[in-house]
Design a protein around this ligand. Structure first.
Ligand code: GTP
Length: 264
């Protein structure tokens, strides 16, 4: 679909923040913190839950996939396992997503941000056709930015860092939207090392040298692609637990929204 929000139109539209992150990244805690941060800083955000299987949503959702699609029933009716049922639920919901856009547009004067929480199984959304349909519908109607949450503590392992970066890169290429990397859990470990690795590939190579596995050979050959990716990447360090870094996260999101306006 064509992206149709022009720069002048996008100025008074709320910015849509789609939050993704691997299981254990702290995405749920992050989304909760982001919503409470926004409601203190400005007015409340408009929140959408797209995780059909979540038992307790981290925020009071204005729109909740669970209200229209019953995950457990989908599992039974179509004889599916947990992941298949998440995918099918998303497919069912994607077919009515134009109505969701209509609902947001009616209320859009009342808030500055739309926060979208995606399924805990990241690939169910990021790599699926329905995830793509939903992302494109949002991006056609609002300036849209992806926030990719990373567990900084785990990313201290260079191979885990690389996997995260490749995943973020594939999401960016697939959606063609501005992406912000939020290095989470900086209350435990500063993300300074990650910034160094992104700035200076030799530093990253040194870290990898302790590991002679196949993956480190691969990552060396990926270096050129990654360097270009890093140059255009917005990143910041946050702690979803303590709330550190959310001012700079919001700045990165605003920068992303500006990029969106320049692209589309
Ligand atoms: P989903 O996949 O969305 O279900 O969630 P998740 O596993 O990505 O994140 P969740 O918020 O459940 O967090 C996973 C663990 O990390 C929990 O034990 C959190 O308490 C912890 N955690 C999340 N954010 C932070 C943080 O900023 N600092 C610290 N120290 N721990 C965190």
């Amino acid at each position: 679909a064509e992206m149709t929000v022009s720069a002048s139109q996008s100025e008074d539209k709320p910015t849509c923040i789609i939050v993704m992150g691997m299981a254990g990244s702290g995405k749920t805690t992050f989304v909760k913190r982001l919503c409470s941060y926004l409601s203190e800083k400005e007015n409340k955000s408009y929140n959408i839950n797209l995780d059909p299987a979540v038992i307790q949503s981290p925020f009071p959702a204005h729109i909740d996939i669970r209200d229209s699609v019953k995950y457990k029933q989908v599992m039974k009716k179509y004889q599916l396992g947990p992941n298949g049922a998440i995918l099918t639920s998303l497919n069912l919901f994607a077919t009515q997503f134009d109505q969701v856009i209509g609902l947001i547009e009616k209320k859009q004067g009342d808030f500055k941000h739309i926060v979208i929480d995606t399924p805990g199984q990241i690939e169910a959304f990021s790599m699926s056709a329905s995830g793509q349909v939903i992302t494109e519908s949002l991006a056609c109607s609002f300036p849209t930015v992806i926030v990719y949450v990373i567990d900084t503590v785990r990313a201290e392992n260079p191979n885990t860092f690389l996997s995260n970066m490749l995943y973020a890169l594939s999401i960016m290429y697939k959606t063609k939207l501005p992406l912000v990397c939020a290095f989470n859990k900086t209350d435990i470990l500063s993300h300074e090392f990650a910034l160094t690795w992104m700035k200076d590939f030799e530093e990253f190579e040194d870290a990898l040298n302790s590991d002679k596995s196949y993956l480190s050979t691969l990552s060396r050959s990926m270096s050129l692609v990654l360097q270009e990716f890093y140059e255009n990447l917005n990143s910041c360090g946050v702690s979803a637990m303590t709330g550190i870094g959310f001012d700079s996260l919001l700045e990165s999101v605003q920068k992303g929204a500006k990029e969106y306006a320049e692209i589309f």
